[in-house]
Ligand binder design. Structure first.
Ligand SMILES: Cc1cc2nc3c(=O)[nH]c(=O)nc-3n(C[C@H](O)[C@H](O)[C@H](O)COP(=O)(O)OP(=O)(O)OC[C@H]3O[C@@H](n4cnc5c(N)ncnc54)[C@H](O)[C@@H]3O)c2cc1C
Length: 459
């Protein structure tokens, strides 16, 4: 029985935003049901397991500066986590380099390229850029040489659109966080010098990882939701129906709910379509994962590495045992988590299995395995809605979608996919806390601090 709202809260999507919202609202006394399309919970942060090998969706690890998110993660992970510093690389013209680009490792680059990069940064002292695209943003940040060699091809290969047609937010949120060291400022030589001096004694950031794989965290949250009396329905896509200026019904298979509140974490464009609103162009990228199980070790020990070359089928590879050794059946075995991006329904998506041999041949080409015989299995997984594609007009399109959905005030968008937001797990957790705080306050519950929600003392 709901002690806060006048009916059940229905949450569409059992990824992080959905699961965390469910747990926090249950702890505050609400009646909550989560509906998840997939057979397992976790969304983009789920894992795949086969014969003692565990793979996530690409490299996944936690980092946050937010004390409330930290407190929540402490509750969830409770001693079942490992901490490690980042070790990532980029493969460039047949060689491996440390990544993110750091002033110190600019010097490791081929001499001509390093010299040109320094000259670019010198010229950048005097150049003005109109930062209206990914291309312009990176040119301003790193100059033409690094842009051409490291960013242009990778971005085109990854997103499938031209860097000049990509919104600068893709670089601001994506590159700064995922690819470039976010403390790094290299726009010109003066900044480069400053950063190098400041970074000299910088402490390494530690990342947190649940020992058995990402799934472990979300399995625990699901168990907690169920212990608190919530329901998690998996393997069923939800459908919503609007009438009288609200979402009146939510359907999950044969079941029907009359919700007081709906938290929507599935693609925003699915909500606009189901509610008959204008559906603008807000596409999501698809991803194929080739989870390669190997008898033996590999000669690199990176956690993940970027592969931007056009003649290689993959964009990035991660090695789960460099996050936790519990992700392989024995120390002598290695899993390689290989990412290939595409669009759902395109030729790659439809015939993904046919690319397996190409993936293995490219693993040989980049020196990770000596021959095909060491590969004992390749499991192919398709991941929908892996990234929102930030084309240049996306802010206006997003605004159109939001405006349409605002006509249904009991519908609340949340999380990466629901908000068309290129974010990280900690942001989805933070977003769930903020939304729960607002919903509880609007329902007349005494003001609850996010710190109380995070620590589970909000009831
Ligand atoms: C390759 C990759 C690497 C990443 N690495 C990191 C990292 O290292 N660190 C980090 O912090 N973050 C990382 N992220 C980001 C992180 O995965 C996301 O921020 C987070 O998982 C988003 O959670 P969410 O719940 O907001 O969205 P999602 O995980 O997208 O959840 C949405 C859920 O809705 C479900 N759904 C869709 N349609 C329906 C429907 N009709 N009915 C019911 N359910 C539906 C989906 O199946 C999904 O479970 C990475 C992401 C990717 C793709």
């Amino acid at each position: 029985m709901d002690t806060v709202f006048d009916g059940p809260v229905v949450i569409v999507g059992g990824g992080i935003a959905g699961l965390v919202s469910a747990q926090l609202l249950l702890e505050a006394g609400c009646d909550v049901t989560v509906i998840e399309r997939d057979d397992v919970v976790g969304g983009l942060a789920k894992s795949f397991s086969y014969d003692g090998f565990t793979f996530d969706v690409g490299p996944h690890r936690f980092h946050t500066e937010n004390p409330n998110v930290k407190a929540y993660l402490d509750r969830v992970i409770k001693g079942d986590g490992t901490l490690f510093p980042r070790r990532s690389e980029v493969y460039f013209k047949g060689k491996y380099y440390r990544w993110p680009l750091h002033p110190k490792n600019l010097l490791q680059l081929p001499k001509g390229l390093a010299a040109k990069s320094f000259v670019d940064l010198g010229i950048n002292n005097f150049r003005e850029y109109q930062v209206d695209s990914f291309e312009q943003y990176v040119l301003r940040q790193y100059g033409p040489t690094l842009y051409k060699h490291f960013f242009e091809g990778y971005s085109r290969k990854f997103l499938g659109i031209e860097p000049r047609d990509t919104h600068p937010d893709w670089a601001k949120v994506g590159l700064n966080r995922a690819i470039i060291d976010d403390k790094m400022q290299m726009q010109n030589l003066t900044q480069l010098l400053k950063t190098t001096l400041l970074q000299y004694n910088k402490m390494e950031i530690d990342f947190l990882y649940p020992t058995k794989g990402m799934w472990q965290a979300w399995q625990k949250v699901r168990a907690e939701i169920e212990r608190l009396g919530g329901r998690v329905i998996t393997g069923t896509a939800a459908r919503i129906q609007g009438a009288n200026g609200r979402v009146e019904k939510v359907f999950a298979g044969d079941e029907e709910f009359t919700p007081s509140v709906v938290i929507w974490t599935a693609p925003i464009t699915v909500a606009t379509r189901q509610l008959g609103c204008e559906t603008p162009n807000l596409p999501y990228l698809g991803m194929l994962l080739y989870n390669v199980c190997i008898d033996g070790t590999v000669p690199r020990d990176y956690q993940w590495c970027y592969y931007g070359a056009d003649d290689l089928v993959f964009n990035r590879i991660s090695i789960p045992k460099e996050f936790s050794t519990a992700t392989v059946p024995h120390v002598g075995a290695t899993g390689l988590n290989v990412e290939v991006t595409c669009m759902k329904g395109d030729e790659r998506w439809k015939h993904a299995e046919r690319l397996s041999d190409w993936v293995v041949d490219d693993l040989i080409k980049v020196g990770l395995i000596p021959n095909r015989r060491v590969v004992h299995d390749v499991y192919v997984e398709r991941v929908e809605d892996s990234y929102p594609i930030y084309h240049k007009t996306y802010p206006a399109d997003l605004e159109t979608a939001r405006k349409g959905l605002a006509n249904f005030p009991n519908l609340h968008l949340a999380g990466r996919t629901g908000m068309f937001w290129y974010n990280n797990m900690d942001h989805s957790i933070e977003n769930a806390m903020q939304l729960c705080k607002k919903l509880l306050r609007d329902a007349g519950k005494a003001e609850i601090e996010e710190s109380e929600l995070a620590s589970g003392t909000a009831a």
